[in-house]
Write a protein that binds this ligand. Structure first.
Ligand code: DP6
Length: 369
C-alpha cells in the first residue's frame, strides 16, 4: 500500500448524521521511534506492545452541513468539558488528513473524548487519542463506502493516526505492532503499523506493564521537539541503524521466548532513547532522580532473584516495568515493597498487553435529534 491507495475514488452511500464511538489503547515501544522526516515518516522502524488498561474513548457525532464550506467545523469536549486548547492539534490533524478524507469539510463534528488514566499522569494520550479519532473517522467513511473491507479500514486508520502522532499508528491493533520499513519484515511500511508477522512465543502473549508514575507534570520538551533534534544529531545515523538491528535481533527472541536477550534489547533501547535526548543540541533530560532509583532497584532485584522483570521508558520520567505473567505475584510484591515510594503520591497503573481498539455502542445514536 502506498499513500495514494488511501485516497478514496468516490463514495457510493450517504450519511446525514450519526454518532460512532471507539476505544483505542495506548502502546509502549520496545524499539523506539525517535526522529522523523517530513510528513510523519519515521527515521527508523519501531516495535511496540499494545496496552489495554490505558486507553482513550472517543465519540464522533457528525451532521451534514449546508452551503459553501471552506473550513473545518468541529467542537471538542474532553472529559465532558469544552477544551479549546486541544483544538489546534485537531485542526492540524484535519489539515494533514483532508486529502485522504475528502468528506471532512462536509460535516460539523462534535468530538467527545476521555482517557482511562488521569490527564496529569505524564502518560501521553496522543497515541490512543489520535487512534480513537482516526477509527471514528474511518467508521464514518465505511458508511459512505459500505464495501470497504475491515483490513483496509484498520490499515487506513493506522495511516491516518500516524499523521496525527507517529506512535498512534501502533495503537489500532494488538498485540505486537511494527511500524516503519524494515528489510527483514515483509509488509512493513513507513506509512502504517502492521501486526508483527512472525512467531511470538506464548510468554509474550500476556506480558504485564506496570507504569510507575514518577513525575506527573508536563514535560519541558515535547516529543515533537525531541524528534526534531535528531536532525543533525551527531549520533543519529548510528542510532537509526541500531534500531534496524534491534528489530532483527528480536526475531529469534520472540520466537524462542528468550527473556534474557529480550531484557538486554529493551533496556538498551530505553537508555539509548534518553541518551539521544542528553546528547541533542540543545541537550535535555526527562529522567528524574527517582527514575534512576527505580532502575537501580530493578537491576538489584534481578541480580538477587533471577527475575525476568525489566524496564522501559517513554519520553518522560515514568518507568514501565515489564514482566511475564508467571512472575506476577513476585513482581507485584517487589513493586509495592520497594518501588512505589519513588512514585508521585505512590501512584502507579497496572496494565498489560492488549488486543487493540474496539468499537463501542454509542449511548445515543442521534446527538442532534
Ligand atoms: C519516545 O509519537 O509522541 O514514545 O509523532 O511527534 O507525535 P509525534 O511523536 P510521538 O513520539 C513517541 C516517541 C516515544 C517512542 C515511541 O513511542 O516509539
Amino acid at each position: 500500500m502506498v499513500e495514494n491507495d488511501f485516497v478514496p475514488a468516490g463514495y457510493t452511500a450517504q450519511s446525514e448524521r450519526g454518532k460512532v464511538t471507539w476505544r483505542a489503547p495506548s502502546n509502549i515501544a520496545l524499539v523506539k521511534y525517535w526522529g522523523k522526516r517530513e510528513n510523519q515518516i519515521p527515521a527508523n522502524p519501531s516495535l511496540s506492545f499494545t496496552l489495554d488498561a490505558c486507553n482513550t474513548t472517543t465519540s464522533l457525532s457528525y451532521e451534514k452541513r449546508n452551503g459553501k464550506r471552506t473550513d473545518f467545523s468541529f467542537e471538542l469536549f474532553f472529559e465532558g468539558k469544552a477544551k479549546d486548547d486541544f483544538k489546534p492539534k485537531i485542526e492540524l490533524f484535519f489539515k494533514r488528513t483532508k486529502h485522504y478524507l475528502p468528506f471532512l469539510k462536509d460535516y460539523h463534528f462534535k468530538i467527545e473524548t476521555s482517557n482511562s488514566f488521569p490527564h496529569s499522569s505524564g502518560i501521553a494520550s496522543s497515541a490512543s487519542g489520535m487512534a480513537a479519532l482516526s477509527l471514528c473517522l474511518m467508521d464514518l467513511e465505511k458508511q459512505l463506502d459500505p464495501d470497504m473491507g475491515m483490513d483496509f479500514m484498520l490499515q487506513k486508520a493506522s495511516f491516518l493516526a500516524r499523521l496525527g502522532s507517529g506512535s498512534a499508528c501502533r495503537s489500532i491493533q494488538g498485540n505486537l505492532i511494527q511500524w516503519g520499513a524494515h528489510s527483514g519484515i515483509p509488509g512493513s511500511s513507513d506509512q502504517y503499523g502492521i501486526q508483527y508477522p512472525f512467531r511470538v512465543h506464548k510468554v509474550f502473549k500476556n506480558y504485564h506493564d506496570t507504569i510507575l508514575l514518577v513525575d506527573k507534570g508536563k514535560k519541558q520538551v515535547s516529543s515533537t521537539m525531541g524528534h526534531n533534534l535528531m536532525h543533525g544529531h551527531p549520533f543519529a545515523d548510528n542510532r537509526f541503524k541500531q534500531a534496524h538491528e534491534n528489530i532483527s535481533r528480536l526475531k529469534p527472541v520472540f520466537a524462542d521466548g528468550n527473556l534474557k536477550e529480550f531484557i538486554n534489547i529493551v533496556e538498551s533501547e530505553a537508555l539509548t532513547l534518553h541518551a539521544m535526548m542528553m546528547t541533542s543540541e540543545p541537550y535535555f533530560m526527562l529522567m528524574k532522580p527517582n527514575t534512576l532509583e527505580i532502575i537501580h532497584k530493578i537491576w538489584e532485584f534481578r541480580r538477587e532473584s533471577n527475575s525476568n522483570l525489566c524496564f522501559t521508558l517513554d519520553a518522560g520520567a515514568n518507568v514501565h516495568v515489564l514482566y511475564p505473567e508467571f512472575e506476577k505475584e513476585k513482581v507485584h510484591q517487589f513493586i509495592k515493597n520497594e518501588l512505589i515510594v519513588f512514585c508521585e503520591k505512590e501512584q502507579y497503573i497496572c496494565d498489560r498487553i492488549g488486543f487493540g481498539a474496539k468499537r463501542l455502542k454509542s449511548v445515543s445514536d442521534n446527538l442532534y435529534g
